[in-house]
Ligand binder design. Structure first.
Ligand code: ADP
Ligand code: ASP
Ligand code: MG
Length: 821
């Protein structure tokens, strides 16, 4: 004989009841079946809410009517599809029970409270209606069946609302129940009776437990729990994308997972089936072909160390502390006695080694009662200040990693806590099960989903995620998006899921929680967006979507955005940027950026601020961190001015050369930034600061291409119109250099702590004379590179190479992949 249990999720409507009938009768024909049913979906919740409404003196009529129509709706739908369905009897049963319910609710409203014994009767109505419907279906199909009322069979003790069965005494009551398969047995789940024969319940979600008790009582060969997922996964499949279905779990693993929140199985279920060695299968009513997860003594060969992660919500932590705790024998046991006498179960305990405090977690619903009881029990100690006032912390969750093989595997705890650090989650308390089968952390509830996602990713998946928010869609930003779009499939093949969740320009912010489809034109959606950019909004979005690795990519050249990098990192974002403004702001801000990156464990990457896509910053950092010291630097740092000065050699005028550079996208949006020397000065400052020089932008000597005050306050177009006024003067300089066999070059240099940007006439023997057409060249003389300099040379201008450099930085934000499981 097999026990089959169907949860509320399998009993949502008439078609689901018929599906459950098919599954049950098929098993009944081969093995004989005893079926345990929950209430129809949502019914127990409604009953519980009705009690609350009545006790609060609220109008419960609307919900009562809704409940009535749900259950009668299922009955009439069944009546329409099944001939021989005893509709009148079923409706009579429903009416009677709902009539009693209404009387009780009115009584509760008058009393202002719902006593537990009355609540137990009310909460279990759904299960009784459920078995009545099911029995009527079977009878209509001429299948002999019998309803077993748990009140007469299952003996339990404890609270009216959370009792524990005595399996051996209950078993003795089953002598009159045939277990030869002659009748299909049906039992309402969730219900039992106490010694006095009063109806009690087994705790919310307790029908799984009923099935286990029944299986033990009738010596079933198997206990099948049918639900709405294919089995037990290594994390809640409705919360974690990519959760993996487990083939097998040991009883202990299943116990630990369910105890710490895997709702697919009620934790009390394991006791009876483990004790009687009954294998348990978790299966999907909506997909009966799936084999399900087997819970038994067998170990899985697939997942040998860590099996799963579970999350227990609605947790409150108590902290009992005070000088009186130290050395006072029995204090801890008194605390726990208070809880156990009140039937409050403790999910996790930690004690400080100084014995100065004990912390423990309980379900939040029990917290007010627990606090009251503790304060009463320790009134004297509290009064005499042997104990500090009892502290409670609410809105917590417990996240637990479970697996039998954890004992033999080293480093799992480190990986677990690294994952929490990566998710930027603080541990309020931690505990390792004494069996070493689990490690738990207590964290703020609002962070739990993200924590589970990151832990899952690090333990069970090879997939990395990068969650990009792009600010600024000019030349570089737009090019970056098109490169990302092209690369996304190839990255996915390497298990990197790079999605762009947000795009912002100076006015609008476009967000999409699925990731923006870059193969489509995203411009209209951005134009139609109704909100603007703010860090708060981005942070809220990243939280709501539990993004693991959010990166803000600033492709603007705005100071206002650069000023927000510290706040961005503090809010959990990595920052990647080609914008030079932050690194060339005050030295104080420069230091703050680096300190924030360290303290928040975020990456701040700006490789493209010097030399566009050329690997300048990374190389400098490697050199200097290996102990090298800069002596001298000289180079052409501006792709645009490399281009412009190269064109002057060829005989173009300054204004023609500038206009061509601008058309080719080689200049900054405003060419004055290049011609003023400011852009080169910023790059020089960035390099100097990498070399540990403490300098400000104002310390840099700049020889501008533009005379002081030239076309300063006009628009870009007007500036371009005025530029020809400088052509003649420049022509003269170019020609007099030429007469000496030289060319003009715009050169940045660092010598000691002096940084200069100058127009120099260089002879053909100087390698910089060859650098033109947008090329950059950097020569670094240092302790290690002397007298021959370290040279970096290559194309250093334009949106394509800059975007490619930004892209490379984005990929560098990927967390270090920790040791494999
Ligand atoms: P039923 O109504 O059948 O008793 P429940 O809603 O109580 O169903 O339990 C099934 C749900 O448990 C699933 O829909 C899933 O969201 C949740 N769940 C939580 N953790 C896990 C897990 N590790 N594996 C499978 N399901 C899980
Ligand atoms: N119907 C009960 C509940 O919702 C028991 C169960 O479904 O397991 O809590
Ligand atoms: Mg359930």
């Amino acid at each position: 004989m097999k026990v089959l249990k169907f949860g509320g999720s399998s009993l949502a409507d008439a078609p689901r009841y018929l599906r459950v009938t098919d599954i049950s009768t098929a098993t009944h024909q081969t093995d004989g079946a005893a079926v345990v049913l929950s209430a129809p979906k949502g019914v127990t919740n409604a009953l519980s809410l009705l009690c609350e409404q009545a006790a609060a003196g609220e109008d419960f009529q609307p919900l009562f009517e809704k409940l009535t129509s749900t259950v009668t709706g299922i009955a009439s739908a069944l009546n329409e599809t099944l001939t021989g369905f005893e509709y009148a009897n079923v409706i009579d049963f429903i009416d009677t029970h709902l009539g009693v319910l209404k009387q009780h609710l009115e009584g509760i409203k008058l009393l202002g409270v719902a006593p537990d014994n009355v609540s137990a009767g009310i909460l279990s109505i759904g299960e009784y209606i459920s078995v009545t419907l099911f029995s009527a279906i079977l009878s209509a199909k001429d299948i002999k069946n019998r309803i077993i009322d748990p009140v007469s069979y299952i003996l339990a003790e404890g609270d009216y609302l959370d009792s524990i069965a005595d399996v051996s005494l209950s078993k003795a009551r089953f002598t009159d129940v045939p277990n030869d398969g002659s009748e299909l047995l049906i039992m309402p789940g969730f219900v039992a009776a106490n010694e006095d024969g009063e109806k009690v319940t087994l705790g919310r979600n307790g029908s799984d437990y009923s099935a286990a008790i029944l299986a033990a009582c009738i010596d079933a060969s198997c206990c099948e729990i049918w639900t709405d997922v294919d089995g037990v996964y290594n994390a809640d499949p409705n919360q974690v994308e990519g959760a993996v279905l487990l083939d097998k779990l040991t009883y202990q693993e299943a116990m630990e997972l369910s105890y710490f929140g895997a709702k697919v199985l009620h934790p009390k279920t394991i006791g009876p089936i483990a004790q009687h060695h009954i294998p348990c299968l978790i299966r999907n009513t909506l997909n009966p072909a799936a084999p399900g997860t087997l819970i038994s003594n067998e170990k899985s060969e697939k997942w040998t160390s860590v099996k799963g992660i579970s999350q227990l919500d609605d947790v409150t932590m108590f902290n009992v502390a005070g000088p009186g705790l130290k050395g006072m024998v029995g204090m801890a046991s008194r605390v726990f006695e208070v809880m156990s006498n009140a039937n409050i179960s403790i999910s996790l305990i930690t004690q400080s080694s100084s014995e100065y405090s004990i912390s423990f977690c309980i379900q939040s619903k029990d917290a007010p009662k627990a606090l009251q009881l503790l304060e009463d029990a320790f009134a004297l100690e509290l009064q005499n200040q042997l104990l500090d006032p009892i502290e409670i912390r609410q809105d917590l969750a417990i996240v637990t990693l479970v697996g039998d093989g954890m004992r033999q595997t080293k480093g799992l705890a480190a990986k677990f806590f690294n994952s929490l650090a990566q998710a930027r989650v603080n541990n309020v308390a931690i505990a390792q099960g004494s069996s070493e089968r689990s490690i738990s952390t207590v964290i703020e509830s609002k962070r739990a989903k993200k924590a589970v996602k990151v832990i899952h990713q690090n333990f069970f998946s090879d997939r990395h995620t990068i969650d990009v928010f792009l600010v600024g869609c000019g030349n570089v930003g737009t090019e970056l998006l098109s490169q990302i779009s092209k690369q996304q499939p190839a990255l996915l093949k390497r298990n990197i899921q790079l999605r762009v969740y947000g795009i912002a320009n100076s006015r609008k912010l476009l967000l999409n929680s699925q990731g923006i489809d870059l193969s489509q034109d995203w411009q209209p959606a951005l134009a139609a967006a109704s909100e603007g950019l703010s860090i708060e909004r981005l942070q809220q979005f990243a939280n709501d979507n539990s993004l693991i690795n959010p990166v803000i990519v600033d492709c603007t050249s705005h100071e206002a955005i650069a000023e927000q990098y510290v706040a961005m990192m503090e809010n959990g974002f990595h920052v990647v940027t080609p914008n030079k403004k932050a690194n060339t702001s005050s030295m104080a801000y420069y230091r703050k950026l680096r300190n924030t990156a360290l303290s928040t464990n975020r990456q701040y990457l700006y490789e493209t601020t010097v030399g566009a896509g050329l690997p300048v910053i990374d190389n400098l950092q490697k050199l200097f961190s290996a102990g090298d010291v800069l002596h001298r630097f000289e180079g052409i740092l501006s792709g645009s001015l490399s281009y412009v000065f190269g064109k002057l050699d060829e005989g173009m005028t300054l204004s023609e050369a500038t206009a061509t550079a601008k058309e080719n996208g080689f200049t900054e949006p405003d060419p004055r930034d290049d011609l003023s020397g400011m852009d080169v000065a910023r790059k020089l400052l960035i390099m100097a600061r990498e070399a540990d020089l403490s300098l400000e932008l104002s310390d840099i000597e700049i020889e501008s291409v533009l005379p002081e005050g030239f076309a300063e306050d006009c628009s870009i177009d007007e500036f371009m119109q005025q530029l020809p006024a400088l052509d003649d003067g420049f022509k003269e300089r170019v020609e007099s250099a030429k007469a000496e066999g030289k060319v003009l070059r715009y050169i940045g240099s660092i010598e000691g702590d002096k940084c200069k940007v100058t127009i120099q006439a260089v002879p053909a023997s100087n390698p910089l004379s060859q650098v033109k057409d947008g090329e950059n060249a950097l020569a670094i003389n240092s302790d290690y590179y002397n007298p021959i300099p370290y040279v970096i040379r290559g194309y250093g201008a334009g949106g394509t190479v800059t975007a490619a450099g930004v892209f490379a930085d984005i990929l560098r934000t990927m967390p270090w992949k920790q040791m494999a499981h």
